[in-house]
Design a protein around this ligand. Structure first.
Ligand code: EPU
Length: 452
C-alpha cells in the first residue's frame, strides 16, 4: 500500500489518533512491515519549503496551558509528535483543533486543566515532560509519567526537578509518576543549571512566568527554540529578559492571556536538506530557513566543498564534487547540533578523507553506526568518538532507524548507496519530518514507502 507517498494514511488525518491506529502503534503486530525503499544514485535538485520546528512547536503547545482561552499556533508541522501532544492536551481537558490546510492548531484551555499525563502517551513523546512546569504553575499539581530513557540514551530529569524545587515545589517519584505539587504560588529564585538543558530551561521558564517575584535561570539553553518559546510567553504577557543569552530573568505575573504565534522554522530539517544536497552533489534551495540558526553546520558544509548562497527566505546549497570529510563536535547551541550528527556521519562516510565525530550529548547516538556499517561505511567508535574513513561508495542494504535523526541519516546514506536500501521503522522519521518522502521524490530521489 501507499508506495510513493510520504504521508501517513488518511486514518490519522482525523483530528484524533483512532484507537488501534497502526501509525500510533508504530508498526503492525502481524503481516507486512512498513519501510522506506530507496534506490541510490539520484541527485537532489530543486526547491523545498520547511515548516515549523518539532522541537519548538511541542513546547509552544505545552505553553498554551498557561492561559485560559484559545491560543493559535501557525507553521505547525504535520508530524506524529504533534498528534501525540494534541492528544495529551485533550486528555488534560483542552480542545485542540488542527487545520492542516493552513498548518495551524488552535488550543482552547479550560479554567483549570486536569493535571495527570499518563504513561501511554508520555512513552511515545518525551516532550510530554514539558507539561510539568505549566501544569504545576496553573493547577498546583502535575503528575507526569516518567518517560525513562530512549534509543539515544538515558535522559535525566534531575535539573528539571532541582529547579522546580528551588521555585518552591515539592517533587516526588511514585508508581512511575513524577508528582510535583506546591502549597501556594511558586516563588522566584535563582537556578543554576549544571548544563544548558533545553527541556529544563523550558520547564523552568513555564513555571516561573507565573511565580511570585524574580527568577534567574543561569546557564540557560540558548537554542532558537528557546528564543521562540520566550517570544510566545512574552506575547502572552510574560516578563522575560535576556532572551537568547545564557541568563534569563523572569519577573512573574499573576496571569497570562492566550495568544497567536508562528513557530520558528525547523533548523534540523533545514540542515538535513543541506547535507542531502552536498552528499548527492545536488542543488537545493531551502525556503523558510534561517541560515543564522545553522552557522557552524553550514560552515562545515562549506569546508566540505558546498556553495551556500542566501535567498530572500532561506538559502541555496549546491555541491559539484565529492565532498571532503569534516570533523564535528556536538555541543549545546550555538555549538554543532547533536541532531545533525548522524547526517554528518553519513556525509563523511562517502567523503574524501577521514573525520572524527565527537558526540557530547547523547551517549547512545552512535548505535546508528552499526546500521551505517551494514551499508558499507567504514566507521569505528570509541566512547564518544567515531572515526569515519570516507569510501568511494556505499552499498544498499536493509537497515533499521532507531530514532528520528538516525532514520534521516540512513535515508541520506541510501540516496548515495549503490542499489536498493530498505530503512525499517520509518515511523521514527515520520515523528520529525513533515512530508519527507514526498519532498525527496520532488527533488528527484527514487524513494517510496512500501510494505515489506
Ligand atoms: N540532562 C540531564 N538532566 C536533566 C536534563 C538533561 O542529565 O535534568 C541531560 C540529558 O540526559 C542529555 C543532555 O542533558 O544527555 C541534553 O538534554 P536536554 O535537556 O538539553 O535535551 P532534551 O530537552 O531532552 C531536546 C530535543 C532533542 C535534542 C536536545 C539537545 C526536544 C523534544 N528534544 O531534548 O531533540 O537533541 O534537546 O539539543 O526538544 C530530536 O529532535 O531528535 C531530539 C532528540
Amino acid at each position: 500500500m501507499r508506495a510513493g507517498s510520504g504521508r501517513p494514511p488518511a486514518a490519522w488525518a482525523a483530528d484524533r489518533v483512532p484507537a488501534g491506529n497502526r501509525w500510533a502503534a508504530g508498526r503492525p503486530i502481524l503481516g507486512a512491515v512498513e519501510a522506506f525503499r530507496i534506490v541510490g544514485g539520484a541527485r537532489l535538485a530543486g526547491e523545498v519549503r520547511v515548516t515549523g520546528a518539532k522541537n519548538s512547536v511541542l513546547k509552544l503547545m505545552a505553553a498554551s496551558l498557561l492561559a485560559e482561552g484559545t491560543s493559535v499556533l501557525h507553521e505547525v508541522p504535520d508530524i506524529l509528535d504533534v498528534e501525540y501532544m494534541a492528544e495529551l492536551l485533550r486528555r488534560l481537558g483542552c480542545d485542540v483543533v488542527r487545520d492542516r490546510a493552513t498548518r495551524s492548531v488552535s488550543i482552547t484551555v479550560p479554567e483549570v486543566p486536569h493535571h495527570k499525563a499518563d504513561y501511554d502517551l508520555v512513552r511515545k513523546l518525551r516532550a510530554s515532560i514539558n507539561v510539568l512546569g505549566p501544569l504545576l504553575a496553573r493547577c498546583g499539581e502535575a503528575d507526569v509519567a516518567l518517560p525513562g530513557g530512549d534509543n539515544i540514551g538515558s535522559r535525566g530529569l534531575d535539573m528539571h526537578i532541582a529547579g522546580l524545587e528551588r521555585l518552591g515545589a515539592t517533587v516526588r517519584s511514585e508508581h512511575g509518576f513524577l508528582i510535583a505539587t506546591r502549597d501556594e504560588r511558586l516563588h522566584g529564585a535563582t537556578v543554576w543549571l549544571d548544563f544548558p538543558s533545553v527541556g529544563a530551561t523550558e520547564n523552568l521558564l513555564m513555571a516561573s512566568v507565573l511565580a511570585k517575584g524574580t527568577t534567574v535561570i543561569d546557564n540557560a539553553a540558548r537554542e532558537p527554540e528557546i528564543v521562540d518559546i520566550c517570544t510566545m510567553l512574552q506575547k502572552m504577557g510574560g516578563q522575560i529578559e535576556g532572551v537568547g543569552t545564557s541568563t534569563l530573568v523572569i519577573e512573574g505575573v499573576e496571569a497570562l492571556s492566550p495568544t497567536e504565534h508562528t513557530t520558528v522554522p525547523d533548523r534540523l530539517v533545514v540542515g538535513t536538506w543541506a547535507v542531502g544536497a552536498v552528499m548527492t552533489r545536488g542543488d537545493i534551495t531551502i525556503h523558510n530557513a534561517v541560515a543564522a540558526h545553522l552557522e557552524i553546520a553550514l560552515d562545515k558544509l562549506v569546508r566540505a566543498g558546498a556553495i551556500v548562497d542566501e535567498v530572500p527566505d532561506g538559502f541555496r546549497v549546491a555541491c559539484h564534487d565529492r565532498p571532503r570529510a569534516v570533523d564535528v563536535v556536538t555541543l549545546p547551541y550555538p555549538g554543532f547540533p547533536t541532531d545533525l550528527q548522524p547526517q554528518f556521519i553519513a556525509l563523511n562516510s562517502i567523503a574524501h578523507g577521514s573525520a572524527m565525530v565527537t558526540e557530547n550529548l547523547f551517549e547512545a547516538r552512535f548505535r546508528f553506526v552499526n546500521e551505517m556499517v551494514r551499508l558499507g561505511a567504514d566507521v569505528r567508535t570509541d566512547g564518544h568518538h567515531a572515526m569515519v574513513r570516507g569510501r568511494q561508495s556505499l552499498s544498499g542494504a536493509p537497515v533499521e532507524a532507531a530514532d528520528i535523526r538516525a532514520g534521516a541519516g540512513l535515508v541520506l546514506a541510501g540516496l548515495v548507496a549503490e542499489g536498493c536500501t530498505t530503512v525499517y521503522e520509518p515511523h521514527h522519521v515520520d515523528r520529525g519530518y513533515d512530508g519527507f518522502i514526498d519532498d525527496l521524490v520532488r527533488l528527484g530521489a527514487d524513494v517510496s514507502r512500501v510494505d515489506v
